[in-house]
Design a protein around this ligand. Structure first.
Ligand SMILES: Nc1nc2c(ncn2[C@@H]2O[C@H](COP(=O)(O)OP(=O)(O)OP(=O)(O)O)[C@@H](O)[C@H]2O)c(=O)[nH]1
Ligand SMILES: [Mg+2]
Length: 454
């Protein structure tokens, strides 16, 4: 925590743009009170009490009227002096009020600047600041609930518990190095090794929960591909539960890429329908196929659909089109139109590939497929799942790598100094999650993605 003292006083409209009964403008910084006083031409209300005030322009004309509420530092969202002005929620009046505050010496807040100041002043850590953004952006109840849990510190506490263990371990290692005559004995007595392994296990456990939280936040990209008329669009409709995509018996119906955001067993999914893959001279279709291949390459999971009634070999299809594009672990083969054959809907294995027979049209086997998709993602949200981001998982991966290095240096080489250095790097990587060790550019990236007024 840097505890920087900000000299500027920032202002922003905190409520969403548009019309509403109330519009809130936030002011934060050393001049928040004096600016609000000039604006209202009156003493400010008592701390945390709402006071009715008129808001004046530079000519002494009333711009708007409403409530002013003061939050003195350090007991405010940002930790600075904060004034909230609750006027009427129209874009013109809100902008006029904001312009007036800028005239009086405030600076327009950048995206995420209020949260950044809250972080800098130790009001919350990075995970909690990110959780606010995730809560606001949550697209499902489950995502919102887990964002609240992160905001309340569930994730941060887990990280901090591991950090404490890691620091404790480092103290042991540093002590061993400080007594060179006994260093080897120290390193070999098993205590350090068992502490290290305990830290590795703890990081793995947090990693496992964070992976669930990241899935909840970022969802899974699932792409449907296959030959024309295999029933790809029908499958998208069956999974989405509505008639989103056009279905006809004409081969080559879908030409463009089509995205649909859905939730399967609580897991957010972006489902993508693509043009049927075949050799063609048609320029439009060719472009559609080029785009389809691009989607396939970026998919977390590919559903390769084929028509059971055509007696095709799906593995040939997979090889023809995806040899150079596909990691086969990301593939489920789907035999569609089982209603036209004597096959029943089922999940089985086809030469090591997951294989499911369904009827998209008759909605047979679709739930089996849904379960296979969420199982593929390893999605098993628990009661206390917290929201997490790729950034957090990356930091944990690096932590694990440094811990593994420390383990090797300890067990194989008994090299105390190297163990210590790897552990220091592990601590830095883990500390990045909550912001204990965060570079300024990382902070810029994180807070820059927030919205203004937050
Ligand atoms: N009997 C039966 N017909 C199906 C099934 N699924 C799709 N069809 C039919 O197969 C034809 C093609 O379906 P689509 O969903 O448009 O196939 P597609 O793979 O999207 O085709 P393109 O967009 O042309 O690549 C339509 O006439 C569907 O009604 C099924 O499970 N059973
Ligand atoms: Mg289609």
């Amino acid at each position: 925590m840097t505890n920087t003292v900000n000299q500027t006083t920032i202002a922003a409209i905190a409520t969403p743009p548009g019309r509403g009964g109330v519009g809130v403008i936030r002011l934060s910084g050393p001049k928040a009170y004096s600016i609000a006083q000039v604006l209202t031409q009156k003493d400010l209300p008592k701390a945390r009490f709402a006071g009715f005030r008129q808001f004046f322009d530079d000519q002494g004309e009333v711009l708007d009227e409403g409530l002013a509420i003061c939050f003195p530092n350090p007991n405010s969202f940002t930790g600075e002096d904060v004034v909230e002005l609750q006027g009427h929620g129209g874009p013109v009046i809100q902008n006029a009020l904001l312009t007036r505050l800028l005239e009086l010496g405030a600076t327009a807040a950048k995206a995420g600047e209020f949260s950044m100041r809250a972080f800098e002043n130790g009001k919350m850590d990075l995970v909690q600041a990110e959780a606010i953004a995730d809560l606001i952006d949550a697209t499902s109840q489950a995502a919102a609930r887990s964002a609240v849990r992160s905001l309340q510190g569930v994730f941060s506490n887990k990280v901090n518990t591991v950090l404490e263990k890691l620091i404790h371990l480092r103290l042991h290692v540093e002590a061993a190095i400080d007594f060179p005559e006994e260093e080897i004995d120290f390193l070999a007595d098993g205590k350090i090794l068992s502490l290290l392994e305990e830290v590795q296990t703890s990081v793995a456990a947090v990693q496992q929960s964070a992976r669930q939280g990241q899935l909840l936040r970022e969802g899974l990209q699932v792409v449907i591909a296959g030959k024309p008329n295999a029933g790809k669009s029908s499958l998208l409709n069956a999974l989405a539960g509505n008639d989103r995509a056009i279905v006809t018996d004409i081969a080559g119906t879908t030409r463009d890429v089509l995205h649909e955001k859905i939730s399967l067993n609580g897991l957010p999914i972006t489902l993508t329908d693509t043009a049927g893959l075949r050799e063609t001279g048609d320029v439009v279709e060719k472009e559609g196929i080029r785009r389809a291949i691009k989607e396939i390459e970026q998919a977390d999971l590919l559903l390769l659909v084929y028509d059971l009634s055509q007696g095709e070999n799906p593995l040939e299809l997979a090889q023809n089109y995806f040899e150079n594009h596909l990691d086969y672990k990301r593939l489920i083969l789907i035999g569609n139109k089982c209603d036209l054959t004597d096959q029943s809907a089922e999940l089985n294995d086809l030469q090591g590939f997951r294989h499911i027979t369904v009827s998209a049209k008759q909605d047979v086997g679709v739930q089996v497929l849904i379960d296979a998709i969420t199982a593929h993602a390893g999605f098993q949200p628990e009661e206390d799942t917290f929201i997490a981001r790729t950034r957090h998982l990356d930091a944990m991966k690096r932590t694990q790598r440094y811990l593994a290095e420390a383990h090797e240096q300890l067990v194989v080489y008994h090299a105390g100094e190297l163990v210590a250095e790897s552990l220091r790097l592990a601590q830095n990587a883990l500390g990045e999650i909550t912001g204990d060790f965060s570079a300024d550019d990382l902070l810029g990236v994180i807070f820059g993605s927030f919205c203004i007024g937050k």
